[in-house]
Design a protein around this ligand. Structure first.
Ligand SMILES: Nc1ncnc2c1ncn2[C@@H]1O[C@H](COP(=O)(O)OP(=O)(O)OP(=O)(O)O)[C@@H](O)[C@H]1O
Length: 248
């Protein structure tokens, strides 16, 4: 219809999602979750330990069987997932990056060049020859970012990517996340969904906040509304109390 506004394309469309990780009568890790995330959105998942953030990220990535409901994601996406503690292979840092590219079909020589370029991008060029497992936590997380970035993802799923890092490393990794997710890939805006307990980080990186409690979405708000104490108290007292009790 001429003049009709075009809706931004959906990146994820989650309907009535339930995920049960243990046998009943244990409560499901996610229950009745509805969530539509459009291209280019920057969504923070917050909530107490065990509220279902990691499970939701893994469900979005397609790493889990769904008990009920559905989770649609466009096929043509390149998704990167980062965990709180990255898993590195016991080979050189650059080889950790090159192997992922080689598995995607690049020739070894191209993979090696791209790996070194990616290490340079995250400031790890000088430790390219070190064993990936022998790096510090902050260096390993930067290496994990290089490994993901080299694959040119347009969807980033990050599970507390700076949780175990010192304040300096935290800032460095956060800065890289901000840069990588600000850049369109193949003409497509980059989409970011991340779990965090760091509310300052949520304010810096997110445009929207999804608050989870016991596997359910209790609040889903633009970031400014989420951090508007009066509004949040009125809309979602649980989230308000949670935010009030959190360290910044
Ligand atoms: N492999 C598993 N088997 C059984 N139950 C699990 C498993 N992994 C997680 N759970 C349970 O699922 C629920 C949601 O866990 P999840 O890890 O998604 O929470 P979270 O919000 O990411 O927590 P945190 O902030 O501690 O990382 C919790 O009750 C947890 O105990």
């Amino acid at each position: 219809m001429p003049g009709a506004p075009t809706l931004p394309a959906a990146c994820f469309d989650v309907r009535g999602l339930q995920v049960r990780l243990g046998p009943a009568p244990r409560a499901p890790a996610l229950d009745g979750v509805n969530l539509r995330i459009t291209e280019g959105e920057r969504v923070a998942l917050i909530g107490a330990n065990g509220s279902g953030k990691s499970t939701l990220l893994r469900a979005l990535h397609g790493l889990l069987p769904l008990t009920e409901g559905q989770c649609q994601r466009p096929e043509a996406r390149r998704m990167a997932m980062l965990f709180q503690r990255p898993h590195m292979l016991r080979v050189r840092a650059w080889q950790n990056v090159a192997l992922g590219l080689w598995l995607k079909g690049l020739r070894w020589r191209e993979a090696r060049e791209a790996a070194h370029a990616a290490l340079g991008r995250v400031g790890l060029a000088d430790i390219a020859q070190r064993n990936g497992r022998a790096l510090s936590g902050g260096q390993q997380q930067r290496l994990a970012l290089a490994r993901a970035w080299a694959l040119k993802p347009d969807v980033w799923l990050l599970d507390e990517p700076t949780a175990s890092l010192d304040p300096h490393a935290k800032r460095e990794v956060e800065q890289l996340i901000a840069e990588f997710t600000a850049t369109p890939v193949g003409g497509r805006p980059t989409t970011l969904v991340f779990a965090s307990h760091n509310l300052g980080q949520v304010k810096r990186l997110a445009s929207r906040v999804v608050y989870l409690e016991q596997g359910r979405v209790l609040a889903d708000l633009p970031v400014d509304d989420f951090f508007n104490a009066d509004l949040l108290r009125a809309l979602c007292p649980h989230a308000h109390l949670f935010v009030q009790g959190e360290a910044w």
